[in-house]
Design a protein around this ligand. Structure first.
Ligand code: AMP
Ligand code: FE
Ligand code: FE
Ligand code: ZN
Length: 286
């Protein structure tokens, strides 16, 4: 039995609907799937229903954009209550900033005499959590770029003319936000960020797990993070980070997390919901 715990739909920058994504998961024989759209939980209700019909275990999740010590990092939240008020309020702020950022990126593209319309980006994105891939797709759709790669290379990559930095929450806030929504906080694709030095501080702040298996992790990178998970007592997760067709090919099916890790996550959530009666009281006076 296998799981894929890192998946995106068109509720952020993926191209599959929750139903299509679930269908792909069924095709690859997945036993469990987690939806982790960027800064949103909008797709979770539909995905839960689709997974129920398909006989696949669904884990509600999200991927928050955070930073620590000047480094961007992504935090996956698993088993979150998708109706948690504080979570919804916080991510709504990030969604507003994402929408403003689209206007800024389009304005910068317009300054280069490229007639992209913000409304066309929003119409294409049709979600609360739009991002650079939607701008890239709108550029291609309007015939202003030949490919998504060209759009990123010419305009959208870091330090290119239309690049606008993204608002990030602090990693500590992100971990707390996930916890107060009943979830587990997991560091996403650490091999892409290569900021291992932040891990001990995140563990102190309550980090629960680390994504050891990811499409862009080589076997040696995965082994490295498995060793770190062991050293810090972190839960192990993994996923394809499938964005549907937006990255050329759908990645679902390329990472198969053994189901035993899902069981360990479930056990950790149960423990969180019902802390042991004799848990030591923390002394904050030091
Ligand atoms: P944003 O959250 O708006 O900053 O956009 C980040 C998304 O853009 C992530 O899903 C990235 O994988 C995607 N992305 C970054 N660089 C590229 C690229 N060169 N081609 C296609 N997608 C990219
Ligand atoms: Fe993405
Ligand atoms: Fe990510
Ligand atoms: Zn992702």
């Amino acid at each position: 039995m296998f799981a894929d715990l890192h998946l995106h739909t068109l509720f952020s920058d993926g191209t599959y609907t929750p139903e299509e994504l679930t269908g792909q998961g069924a095709r690859f024989g997945l036993s469990a799937m987690a939806l982790t759209d960027h800064d949103t939980v909008e797709g979770c209700a539909r995905m839960a229903a689709a997974c129920r019909t398909a006989g696949i275990q669904f884990i509600p999740g999200t991927e928050l954009t955070a930073e620590y010590g000047g480094n961007e990092l992504h935090l996956l939240g698993y088993f979150i209550d998708t109706e948690n008020q504080k979570l919804l309020e916080e991510i709504a702020k990030f969604q507003v900033v994402r929408q403003q950022r689209i206007h800024e990126m389009v304005a910068r593209i317009n300054e280069l005499n490229i007639p992209l319309k913000a409304d066309d980006v929003f119409a294409l994105a049709n979600c609360r959590s739009p991002g650079r891939p939607h701008v890239a797709r709108a550029l291609v759709k309007a015939g202003l770029c030949h490919s998504l790669d060209e759009a990123f290379e010419r305009f959208l990559k870091k330090n290119r003319p239309a690049w606008v930095p993204k608002k990030k929450m602090s990693a500590m806030e992100g971990i707390d936000l996930i916890h107060q929504a009943g979830g587990l906080a997991v560091m996403a694709h650490p091999g892409l960020n290569r900021t291992d030095e932040v891990i001990p501080d995140l563990v102190t702040a309550g980090l629960d797990g680390i994504e050891c298996f990811h499409t862009k992790h080589s076997p040696s990178v995965s082994s490295h993070y498995l060793e770190i998970a062991d050293r810090f007592g972190l839960l192990i997760t993994g996923g394809s980070d499938c964005h549907g067709m937006s990255k050329g090919r759908p990645l679902i099916g390329t990472v198969k997390l053994p189901y035993e890790h899902v069981e360990k996550l479930m056990e950790a959530v149960r423990k969180r919901a019902r802390p042991p009666a004799a848990s030591p009281v923390r002394d904050n006076s030091k």
